[in-house]
Design a protein. Structure first.
Length: 704
């Protein structure tokens, strides 16, 4: 076990052991690192996965595949050995079962909880049976049961001869380690605070926030995320929201903050709320740490307290540092401080203990004591909850199973909770389901050619409208439906408006006259035609992105296209872009929501101020994208990515009769439209005319 306070260099040591700093770092490396007698930085892809397994700190940025089975099997695709695909699938299922994720093979990693994703990347690290396993805070988002489960797995691996290097803040695990190395000075072993007194419950009308019979289901989920949840929050309370991974804690915080809309029930907010999501980076948009803490007071016309606030939240000496350049723990404390500076009555904090040692957590809660009347925070750490909560709300399976003062909490007393049914264990499929990924690529290509071949407004508008409707009906697009519909309408309206205003070709027919300003009918129709081309291509690309697992798309891109294969690195880059572009759009919306919650609305600013602020909001989105790209590159590196080596797909592509029928129909439509347009082009160019084709000419002129 490698212990030490936040920022002392534990993650740097872990990255050096794996060889990532030597290959991907920007500093100067002195001295030597040897793993199994070899320099880890010089290991090739196959040797790497056999020698070292690695679990990084930012697990959300390390996931690429579209299924949990594909994520775990990635390292085995690089080094399948002589066992064959069937044995590979069995090893994937076994690795998932060892970390408590049996039955998750077909789940999308982006739809499971943060704690479940942590277990997933641990399974991906151990599936190739490495000699050394390095884990950087792998337990930070795991519930107590999950922590014990993973620690048992690590202990068993060590007993089997695997060297396990664990970077962790939870010093209660010291008894499970054979040896402890401490970096960076004294580490507070536990919290030392006076027990807190519970707030006497008052009448519901005095609650700052009330949730009444809340129900919620995520898009595409098989089970409800929240079922009949009711909750009151009052001044003076420090409420801990606890429960297992995937229990519904983040979902409930999202509903309370207004980020998610419940399918039934209501939330009554009688006071100002502010929230920090699980990914705290998305609330940091100022150029420096001091500016971040001063933003909300400055917007409210209050005196700035940047220097004082920095010390209060354990960020001394970091005033001039860019927020996105701070360590993970520092970024989280800065996000909490910047959000608390809004002087909101209720603070909602998701996984506030992630990446923090006991000393920094103590400073964090001490700072909030003098600022926020009520705090609701989610946590998996019993020591943190016992030290700082006045009340504990235990949620499992989307239901509140216990709501009691901290001294009487069944969760703190480690009483068994309700049994939550897990999916039945299933082996990864040997054949893919749904339309073949190569067919989906072909359909996007057909749409791209059609929007060029077609000239008429009616078919283009019909094509674009059909693709937009198909996109909006997909469950993964449900959270963005309104935004996408508004965006498509704005593109069509603005293009039609500009073209109709400046149309200069003849003939032209007035559509609307506003004094000396005329809008021409032909220009509006031309604008709708051009915008329909763009909308159709964008909608087809969106459908491909949300409906095709990344590993399936990668395999399709690597299949022979016109007799040649795409280079692996290029195919991987395209697949990653398709995977993460929708995430960037979601993050942009979260950053804008955080800005709106901490300052004046846009309509109360001068246009130049509003534009400058909108440009500034790119800062966290770009920083997140760069960090994601770096973490993804390191994750691929640690899992044996080699663009020159052959790979064995976990689930090979399988072309079916249905795929042939769909492709034939699509090509028939494309070839028919292209042929008719070609015949008409010869006619209009006076190169070829046949009287029997006059109905065809009329059809093309009026429709295509």
């Amino acid at each position: 076990m490698l212990a030490g306070p936040t920022g002392c260099g534990k993650s740097t040591v872990a990255r050096m052991v794996v060889g990532l700093s030597q290959r991907h770092g920007h500093g100067r490396v002195e001295g030597e690192v040897r793993v199994a007698g070899r320099d880890p930085a010089s290991l090739g892809g196959r040797d790497r996965v056999r020698t070292i397994g690695f679990v990084g700190q930012e697990v959300d940025d390390c996931v690429l595949a579209g299924t949990c089975a594909g994520e775990v099997g990635f390292a085995l695709e690089a080094d399948p050995g002589t066992e064959g695909a069937v044995s590979v699938r069995e090893r994937v299922a076994n690795a998932l079962e060892r970390v408590g994720l049996a039955g998750f093979e077909d789940r999308d990693p982006l739809t499971i909880s943060g704690g479940e994703r942590q277990r997933l990347v641990i399974a991906a690290a151990i599936v190739a049976r490495p000699q050394v396993l390095v884990l950087d805070e792998p337990l930070s988002q795991l519930d107590p049961a999950g922590t014990q489960e993973v620690v048992r797995v690590l202990r068993r691996l060590a007993d089997e001869g695997v060297t396990v290097l664990l970077v962790e803040h939870r010093l209660g695990l010291l008894g499970d380690a054979d040896r402890v190395v401490q970096l960076g000075g004294h580490v507070a072993p536990e919290f030392h605070v006076e027990p807190r007194r519970a707030v006497e419950p008052g009448p519901p009308r005095n609650a700052l926030l009330s949730a009444i019979d809340i129900h919620f289901r995520h898009a595409g989920a098989r089970e409800a995320g929240l079922v009949g949840v009711s909750l009151d929050l009052r001044a003076g309370e420090r409420v801990a929201l606890v429960g297992g991974n995937g229990a519904g804690k983040s979902t409930l915080l999202g509903v309370l903050s207004g980020a998610l809309v419940p399918s039934a029930g209501r939330v009554e907010r009688r006071a100002r709320l502010a929230s920090v999501p699980q990914n705290a980076d998305l609330v940091l948009f100022s150029p420096t740490a001091a500016d971040e803490l001063d933003y909300a007071p400055r917007e409210a016309g209050l005196p700035a307290e940047g220097a004082r606030s920095l010390a209060r939240f354990g960020l001394d000496g970091l005033a001039a540092r860019p927020p996105q350049a701070l360590s993970r723990g520092q970024r989280l404390r800065l996000a909490v401080g910047a959000t608390a500076a809004t002087r909101a009555d209720v603070l909602l904090l998701d996984e506030v203990g992630s990446g923090q040692d006991a000393g920094n957590l103590g400073r964090l809660f001490d700072a909030m004591d003098g600022i926020a009347p009520c705090v609701l925070f989610s946590s998996h750490d019993p020591a943190l909850v016992a030290a700082w909560a006045t009340r504990v709300v235990w949620i499992e399976g989307g239901r509140v199973v216990d709501d009691a003062p901290v001294g009487a909490s069944r969760w703190i007393a480690n009483e068994p909770g309700p049994a939550v049914a897990r999916p039945a264990a299933t082996a990864p499929p040997s054949r893919p389901t749904g339309l073949d990924a190569r067919l989906r690529l072909a359909l996007v290509a057909v749409v791209s050619v059609l929007v060029i071949v077609l000239e008429g407004a009616a078919p283009l508008i019909t094509l674009a409208g059909g693709l937009v409707v198909a996109s909006l009906l997909h469950p993964a697009v449900r959270p963005w439906r309104r935004s996408l519909l508004v965006s498509a309408a704005l593109v069509a309206w603005s293009t039609a408006l500009s073209q109709s205003l400046f149309w200069s070709e003849w003939p032209r027919t007035p559509l609307v006259e506003l004094g000396p300003v005329r809008f021409w009918r032909e220009g509006a129709l031309h604008g709708l035609t051009q915008s329909s081309r763009f909308i159709a291509m964008a909608a087809s690309g969106l459908l491909l992105a949300v409906s095709t697992p990344t590993d399936r798309l990668l395999t399709a891109l690597r299949s022979p296209l016109a007799g040649r294969r795409l280079p692996y690195a290029l195919a991987m880059m395209i697949a990653a872009m398709v995977r993460f572009v929708p995430l960037v759009a979601t993050e942009w919306a979260q950053v804008r929501a955080a800005r709106a919650a901490r300052g004046r609305p846009a309509w109360r600013r001068w246009p130049t101020q509003w534009l400058g602020l909108e440009i500034a909001l790119l800062r966290p989105v770009v920083a997140r994208s760069i960090r994601r790209a770096r973490m993804l590159a390191e994750s691929l590196d640690a899992r044996g990515f080699d663009p020159t080596a052959a790979r064995l797909p976990l689930v090979p592509l399988a072309w079916r009769t249905r795929d042939s029928v769909v492709l034939t129909a699509a090509l028939a439509v494309l070839l028919t439209a292209a042929s008719l347009r070609g015949v008409y082009a010869l006619y209009t160019a006076d190169l070829w005319y046949h009287s029997a084709l006059r109905p065809v000419y009329a059809f093309v002129r009026g429709w295509l």
